[in-house]
Design a protein around this ligand. Structure first.
Ligand code: SF4
Length: 399
């Protein structure tokens, strides 16, 4: 993490860590979705005890998320965890933090310090709490919140530096997009540690996706961030999928599975394109293991141009689809056969790439669009009607 390593994607399990079988299954599901690290909550002793059974059964590094009880950190380290997350808002005792640092140093594992908005405000010292809350709810809320985050981070980091421990990752999450961007930008200037990016309490996937992608995308595009978690109040598999997609889109990770390009649809479509796109996506996810670019286009108006960069493309017409591989037309099939034909061509292309007979992203010829009248079915029936009517008129006239 950090030091030029690819940006990694994390997620967190939702079930109790003490339920070993369920936790193992959840971790493996996230790993299969592409997670590079998985974080687990360890609120109780039974959770850290379970970790000793969980870790040997999974194939991804595990981070123990520790709050309130520093002993959970020590127990998790004993269980073989690969990273500890500490919260300066609820584990503050210097001697306790030193114990955790010593144990992490001995185990050779890093510690993440998370100065997140939700837990950074003082809770024990009443005077301090009132002052900080006053600052946060003042007119200049964002400026004060940022100042509190940086100050607490500096104070907490001192504990690590006085122990000469520098294997530290920093996070400063907020639910507010602007605060996230400002906080990480400021931290990246002040501290030389890998940064764990995230928008906290982002909400369900439907809305949280926008917040997270705006904030994290802005930071990553400026070279800020070494690992990330997109947090949703939804199935955590989406956190991993969307985190990876964000990195692929920014060119920060090499895509490892098929990339789907699809037209947004408009009044020109004459097939059920929305469902076709969903079916293609699910099928490609299951069957294609190379980063083949596949385009599903609703018509030939913009289809050829939009599909130009695709390895395999289909342009739909009037209940038909014409399929292209590397720019060459290979099939013209009725709507109900588009999915199977497209998959067949993708699998054949994948096989040729594996054998070295074809290369990803290589066009053999420029795409030649199909004839809009007749070839794709579009307008053909109307034309046939016109011809029939004309024949009928002639016949009547002749009589
Ligand atoms: S490809 Fe055709 S159907 Fe799809 S949005 Fe563009 S013009 Fe409309």
């Amino acid at each position: 993490m950090g030091g030029g390593a690819p940006v990694s994607v994390q997620s967190m399990t939702a079930g109790a860590t003490s339920d070993v079988a369920r936790c193992v299954a959840e971790i493996e599901r996230l790993r299969a979705a592409g997670a590079d690290l998985v974080r687990v909550a360890v609120p109780e002793r039974k959770d850290t005890l379970a970790l000793a059974q969980i870790i040997p059964q999974v194939r991804v590094p595990i981070v123990a998320d520790v709050h309130f009880h520093y002993r959970r950190a020590l127990e998790a380290i004993d269980a073989g965890v690969h990273k500890i997350r500490l919260n300066p808002g609820n584990i503050q005792d210097r001697a306790q933090v030193h114990e955790v640092i010593d144990a992490c140093r001995a185990a050779g594992i890093p510690i993440r310090i998370g100065v997140n908005e939700g837990s950074i405000i003082e809770r024990k010292d009443k005077q301090k709490r009132l002052k900080e809350l006053g600052a946060v709810f003042s007119a200049n809320k964002k400026g004060y919140l940022l100042a509190i985050m940086i100050t607490k981070l500096e104070e907490y980091l001192d504990i690590f530096y006085e122990e000469d421990f520098h294997d530290v990752v920093i996070s400063a999450k907020s639910m507010d997009v602007e605060t996230v961007i400002d906080a990480y930008t400021e931290i990246s200037k002040r501290f030389d540690h890998p940064l764990h990016l995230g928008v906290t309490h982002a909400g369900p996937k439907e809305t949280g996706c926008i917040r997270s992608v705006v904030a994290l995308g802005a930071l990553l595009a400026n070279g800020i961030g070494d690992t990330l978690r997109i947090s949703y109040a939804s199935d955590s598999r989406y956190e991993v999928e969307d985190g990876l997609e964000l990195l692929y889109s920014l060119g920060l990770r090499e895509r490892t599975s098929a990339e789907l390009i699809a037209c947004p649809t408009c009044g020109r479509i004459q097939v059920d394109l929305i469902n076709l796109v969903q079916d293609v996506r699910k099928t490609l996810d299951k069957k294609i293991e190379l980063p083949i670019k596949v385009a599903v286009m609703g018509c030939i108006v913009n289809g050829p141009g939009e599909a130009e960069g695709a390895d395999v493309a289909v342009f739909a017409g009037d209940r038909r689809g014409i399929i292209y591989v590397q720019g060459e037309r290979v099939a013209n099939v009725p709507e109900e056969q588009i999915l199977d034909s497209l998959l067949r061509e993708c699998l054949a292309f994948q096989e040729r790439v594996r054998k070295g007979e074809a290369r990803l992203g290589e066009k053999k010829v420029d795409i030649i669009p199909p004839d809009p009248i007749g070839e794709l079915g579009s307008g053909w029936e109307k034309k046939a009607h016109e011809l029939r009517d004309k024949t009928a008129t002639l016949t009547i006239g002749g009589a």
